[in-house]
Design a binder for this molecule. Structure first.
Ligand code: FAD
Length: 311
């Protein structure tokens, strides 16, 4: 689009980092230090995921507050329907609001424990769509509301006709951007973006990128999400799988190449699933020349709304 072309001409593609609440207080402290350092890489925003259950969700709110007010990063808070009575949703939104966070990723959520089937609670929300509508009704345009997209299908739905319809409904109800599940099959992603556009979904699409840390973690996450690994990646990584440094180096090249193709397809945002670690994300950003070897942005990144053509 014209807006995206203008954005591209004016600056670099936007990139963002996702973090999750660590399990221990030492883990939280380490992550806060790392966030502070990763601030210098110049992300347009950082996400904090939402865990099911009381203390984990409280920690999400605290992390958003810390990133936004202490580190000075723009934040996007994930919020789910899992085990969330309306009063808890109200509390979380109010904390985000007070922290100065203006972006919420509205999700149905994973089941509280992995093996279980997802169930709505009494008086709670059932679908991400309900949460989108609720946030919109309570806060109008205060929050940009992101919704999840699945180029390769999600756990309980593989049918893209059905998924597209549900995605479109979330956007029509007030979703202003889409963040996708991780993937490595870039051809499929580009075709999916085209399909979204053909279905009349015009909001920015932010691809979820999982950098490669070790071969075992790469396989575990890709297989866990049911995402396709292109043969070329298997051929490149399998022979060096026991050499972590070599895997990171080759993986960096593969992920960067995928990012370049995504950008060439007109998608000007990259969302990195950091897994709370800096190194492999930083290596990809360096390879893309979005960050210098010294760890600072090569160009001033556009504010994220602008980079997505949202302003
Ligand atoms: P929905 O869009 O509500 O869809 C859930 C299911 O219901 C789908 O099968 C959909 O097709 C179906 N459906 C939707 N609407 C209807 C309808 N009207 N009638 C019938 N069926 C319908 N999980 C967490 O717990 N915390 C996180 O922080 C988190 N972050 C994520 C970030 C991203 C970018 C992504 C892609 C996923 C994330 N998840 C997270 C996982 C997500 O919560 C799960 O994948 C969940 O199973 C689906 O969430 P959703 O928001 O896509 O749900």
């Amino acid at each position: 689009s014209k807006k995206l072309a203008e954005a591209q001409a004016a600056g670099s593609p936007a990139f963002s980092f996702e973090f999750f609440p660590p399990k221990t207080s030492q883990g939280v402290q380490n992550l806060y230090d790392r966030m502070d350092r990763m601030h210098d890489l110049g992300p347009s925003f950082v996400d904090v995921t939402w865990g099911a259950g009381g203390s984990q969700s409280q920690l999400t709110c605290e992390m958003v507050h810390f990133a936004q007010t202490v580190v000075g990063l723009e934040t996007c808070m994930h919020l789910t329907c899992t085990d969330m009575a309306k009063v808890k949703v109200d509390g979380a939104l109010s904390e985000a609001y007070k922290a100065g966070c203006t972006n919420i990723l509205a999700l149905r959520g994973d089941p509280p424990r992995e093996t279980e089937k997802w169930e709505a609670i009494e008086g709670g929300f059932r679908y991400a769509l309900d949460l989108v509508k609720y946030i919109k009704a309570q806060y109008g345009d205060h929050f940009d509301i992101g919704v999840a997209g699945y180029p390769e299908g999600c756990d309980d739905q593989k049918d893209q006709d059905i998924l597209m319809e549900h995605l479109k409904r979330k956007v029509d109800a007030g979703g202003t951007f889409i963040v996708t599940q991780m993937f490595y099959d870039v051809d499929n992603f580009c075709a999916w973006v085209d399909r979204c556009r053909a279905e009349g979904i015009t909001v920015p699409i932010v691809p979820g990128i999982m950098p490669i840390q070790t071969h075992a973690a790469f396989l575990r996450r890709a297989n866990g999400m049911g995402c396709k690994i292109p043969q070329k990646w298997v051929d490149a990584l399998e022979p060096i799988k026991n050499d972590d440094a070599a895997v990171r180096e080759v993986g960096k090249g593969l992920v960067a190449e995928m990012c370049r193709r995504i950008i060439d397809h007109g998608v000007l945002a990259l969302h990195f699933y950091t897994m709370n670690l800096a190194q492999s994300t930083k290596m990809v950003l360096e390879e893309l020349e979005l960050v210098s070897q010294g760890g600072t942005p090569t160009k001033k990144a556009l504010p994220w709304r602008q980079s997505l053509g949202l302003s």
